[in-house]
Design a protein around this ligand. Sequence first.
Ligand code: KMH
Ligand code: ZN
Length: 276
Amino acid sequence: MMKPLIITCAITGAEVDKKKQPNLPITPKEQAKAAKDALKAGASIIHLHVRDEAGVPTQCIERFEEVISMIRYKTPDALIQISTGGAIGESVSSRIVPLELKPEMASLNMGTMNFGNDVFQNSYPDIVRIAKRILDLDIVPELEIYDAGMLETAYKLLQEGLISQPFRVQFVLGVPGGMNGDLKNLMFLKSRSEELFGKDLHWSVAGIGRYQLPVAIHAMLLGGHVRVGFEDNIYYKQGELAKSNAQLVERVVRIAKEIGRPIASAKVARETLLSN
Ligand code: KMH
Ligand code: ZN
């Protein structure tokens, strides 16, 4: 049997707004409902960014606490993965703050890059600072890889003892400034990461925009896991906005079932990702 598919839903993000996607969940209530519906559809991890009262992205710990407790109230099993990437331009000092809530997982971005017309800053000393806090708090990091060289940075962190098992790798493909979602890019990243981290590595893909579906399908066939959601893609298909995050999860679940990938429950995802 093919291994159970762990689906992450990135419900909100920091670079999308309601003008572009009217169904984007931004209030705690909307986010809790979106998470519940995504879990019901088959997701087990919620990648979380939060917004303030004005709908502006924030790394405010009280806001994260409020949203996480509302999500847990509705869906106690959900794995919460907080963002330490935040919004473009956010300082590292504020990006690390919500780690103090000790969620199960946190994102850890592996380098500086052009991000559309902006620059997403992640110097090596900054990465080390975030990695150390994640390690000290016993949180499982997800290493965000937007480009091939970032895998070498991840390996350096491992060699220096700044990350340790369990961790997983997420290939984020299709950001303008990073690698796109062509199959040959995914194949290279998969094989290079297995050379560096071994065949048992847990890896997942997040295809941006029009890459979301093809990259997800390739990953499912190759034994990887999948992230979908409005943070990465607001469309169901070209020219048609998605109705909800859950709708994007439901499509992946349907395809997974057709190709023989069972869907991991939140319990299975916990056992798989949180233990050595
Ligand atoms: N908002 C993006 C610039 C993460 O969550 O760690 C970065 C991001 C990555 O969303
Ligand atoms: Zn994010």
